[in-house]
Design a protein around this ligand. Structure first.
Ligand code: SF4
Length: 385
């Protein structure tokens, strides 16, 4: 292992010289370098009276809306320097405890994502994601292959990536299919983790020098209960990254909005038909409509890098409309990673006649078209692409 980030990923250091990167990722950067506390640490400064088991879900959500506004105000004050987030005292119970109570209730009629299965995973029922209440971690390590701002600037660095097993999308081309696409629950073979164990993993990564904790999968949304409850057991302030397909409900987004310092969503297809055929998602709620809504919401609540994987044959129907959408809505706040590394994987190589459009690599012209289009729109993408 090289002795420094600078020797392995010099762009991880140089990227912060870019004014747009510094401005757009300002919150995340200040948390990463320890100048400001992570949002989940600030949640402890907001007391609650109603996280107890007697309260109805409606009462819990009403309290959450009120405390979430307080957190939002606190984040603004801390960022502007008018209040010190470090010196405020912790309360018990607090907004983090309230969020834990809410996700536990949600698990009983699971609506973490827009499949909205309504199954009681707390009692062992299984939804479309093939998970009951058990959270399984496939692997965790400091990742040096992520976007430059995620690698960190300290001597060791790396993005503290935690891979959760299974997913709520079944992309026929998934490059992570070995952990994201178990055929049944029996095929989920990673480490079963409790909130306490997950917090230990995150603390271990932080103590090794990770620049952040990067929740990914599969899909982290389907393990929201374990992730949120793990945060009450963490003591290190470190930025949290949500590396997600964003096919989650507004309830999940509201829980996450006060916790996530850097959103790392991906936006794959613009057309419903493309998403249904190639991701097997959208039967209940339209994938592009959900993902558009969640991107706009997320951009109001933290720093953001949007990933778009250029798919062969989908430049006109998907890539260009997605870049248009970003430009027209949140293009002045975010960075965009236009990814060129698609290759046929998972079910595609075995069924090229079924998926002829994506049974090849994207051409050089298609990638160049995507770059040219983004450049013409004025999107900030070249720093992280
Ligand atoms: S996480 Fe999504 S797919 Fe899984 S049970 Fe809940 S609503 Fe269904």
């Amino acid at each position: 292992m090289p002795s420094s980030v600078a020797s392995m990923r010099p762009d991880a250091v140089s990227v912060w010289k870019d004014t747009e990167v510094r401005e757009r990722l300002s919150w995340y950067r200040q948390v990463m370098i320890g100048r400001l506390p992570a949002k989940f640490m600030l949640c402890r400064k907001i007391p609650t009276q109603v996280e107890n088991s007697d309260a109805s879900q409606e009462e819990l959500w009403n309290e959450h809306a009120s405390l979430s506004q307080q957190l939002c105000d606190l984040v603004k004050n801390v960022e502007s320097g008018s209040e010190s987030g470090w010196s405020l005292k912790d309360h018990h119970p607090n907004l983090l405890d309230l969020k834990g109570a809410l996700v536990n209730r949600m698990l009983e009629h699971c609506n973490f994502c827009e499949w909205d299965c309504k199954v009681n995973r707390a009692e062992g029922k299984i939804g479309f994601c093939r998970l009951d209440r058990t959270t399984s971690v496939g692997s965790f390590f400091r990742h040096y292959g992520e976007e430059a701002p995620l690698i960190g600037v300290e001597r060791k660095g790396g993005s503290g990536t935690i891979f959760f097993e299974s997913c709520n999308c079944h992309c026929v081309f998934c490059q992570n299919w070995s952990i994201s696409q178990p055929k049944t629950k029996m095929n989920i073979i990673g480490e079963a983790v409790t909130p306490v164990r997950l917090a230990e993993i995150a603390e271990e990564l932080a103590s090794e020098g990770a620049a952040n904790i990067n929740y990914v999968g599969g899909e982290p949304t389907i393990d929201l209960h374990t992730i949120v409850n793990s945060l009450t057991h963490m003591s290190t302030s470190i930025p949290l990254i949500w590396n997600s397909n964003m096919y989650c409900t507004m309830e999940s987004m509201r829980i996450l909005a006060d916790l996530i310092d850097l959103w790392l969503p991906d936006f794959k297809f613009w057309r419903d038909e493309c998403a249904k055929r190639l991701m097997w998602v959208g039967a209940k709620a339209s994938y592009p409509e959900v993902v558009k809504r969640n991107h706009i919401f997320a951009a109001e609540h933290g720093s953001m890098i949007i990933r778009h994987l250029v798919m062969p044959g989908h430049i006109e129907c998907c890539t260009k409309p997605i870049l248009d959408f970003i430009s027209e809505t949140i293009g002045d706040k975010v960075l965009v990673n236009i990814m060129s590394q698609y290759y046929p994987s998972n079910m595609v190589p075995m069924n090229p006649e079924k998926y002829p459009d994506i049974a090849r690599y994207p051409s050089r012209k298609e990638i160049q078209d995507a770059y040219d289009y983004a450049r013409a729109l004025g999107l900030q993408f070249e720093q992280v692409t």
